[in-house]
Design a protein around this ligand. Structure first.
Ligand SMILES: C[S@@+](CC[C@H](N)C(=O)[O-])C[C@H]1O[C@@H](n2cnc3c(N)ncnc32)[C@H](O)[C@@H]1O
Length: 271
């Protein structure tokens, strides 16, 4: 517990540095950011943490965690929960030009159907350089980026307009990343801008969500602040189906697992 608090203090030290120089900044005032950082640093739960402070926390935390990420998030617990199987089933539906948001260390890379021609190109985007470096190493090990079909970009999924044009991808993928992103509604609106507007374009999601089992959902709400702090910013009680409908997406298929706390969704842009 003591080690955890020290880590948080160190992470939050970076908040002012990251927020200041970013172009196209939509953050609240630096004073609010600094007070958010100070509050989290002393281990308190702040009211509404600012989006910018949260994003800066996330970036620093994932840079720190990048070399250890796979041991935990692809370790025995993830295997026991059948996450690799869920990834495989979801990603078999990816086709054409694919954008993966919050690609992380590239745990999904082995599941894309490049050989069959289903997937023609893959762009992996992430906020964290550390995570992207791991993903690039994995792609090399799998022999995927030899012909330029796979590329990685550092970008904030809430606004990728500097690097990614509108109507440019057939499939957008996110797995266990929306729960971590500072403003999931903005991410879904940005994904809507980026996807090609067509009946067969797809957003493919595998993520934590609030269970529809009342007691379990309430438990997730109560424990959310602690879980977020202890699990690299993951809010496990987001209402992902609602967020999709509110931000321009129609759900085509949905499947719940683990008592409704994990969901697989196939959505298309509401035209
Ligand atoms: C829990 S990891 C999931 C990684 C990967 N998708 C997987 O399934 O293993 C969340 C990832 O989202 C990234 N991330 C968080 N906020 C982001 C943002 N606003 N824009 C882009 N990436 C972000 C983090 O850096 C991290 O790599």
């Amino acid at each position: 517990m003591v080690r955890r608090c020290i880590a948080f203090t160190r992470t939050n030290m970076f908040v002012g540095v990251y927020c200041g120089p970013q172009p196209r900044e939509r953050c609240v005032s630096r004073r609010a950011v600094v007070s958010a950082a100070a509050a989290v640093a002393v281990g308190t739960v702040l009211g509404p943490e600012t989006v910018c402070a949260r994003r800066a926390n996330t970036q620093a935390e994932y840079d720190d965690a990048s070399t250890k990420y796979d041991a935990l998030d692809d370790g025995p617990a993830a295997q026991a929960l059948q996450f690799p199987q869920m990834r495989a089933v979801l990603l078999a539906r990816a086709k054409g030009r694919v954008l993966e948001l919050g690609v992380g260390t590239g745990l999904n890379l082995p599941y894309y159907a490049f050989g069959t021609g289903h997937v023609t190109n893959l762009t992996g985007a992430d906020l964290s350089q550390g995570m992207l470096a791991q993903a690039a190493m994995r792609a090399r090990a799998l022999g995927l980026n030899a012909d330029g079909k796979v590329e990685f970009v550092q970008a904030d999924a809430t606004d990728m307009s500097p690097v990614i044009g509108s109507n440019s991808f057939d499939t957008i993928v996110e797995t266990f990343a929306l729960c971590v992103m500072s403003d999931p509604g903005a991410v879904l609106r940005e994904a809507h801008r980026i996807i090609r507007k067509s009946d067969d374009s797809r957003l493919l999601i595998l993520d934590h969500t609030r269970s529809s089992w009342p007691l379990l959902g309430t438990y997730q709400d109560i424990t959310e602040p602690a879980v977020t702090r202890l699990s690299k910013q993951c809010r496990w009680n987001l209402r992902i189906p609602d967020l999709l409908r509110e931000n321009g997406w129609s759900i085509v298929a949905i499947q719940s697992a683990l008592a409704g706390t994990v969901v697989t969704i196939e959505a298309r842009p509401s035209l």
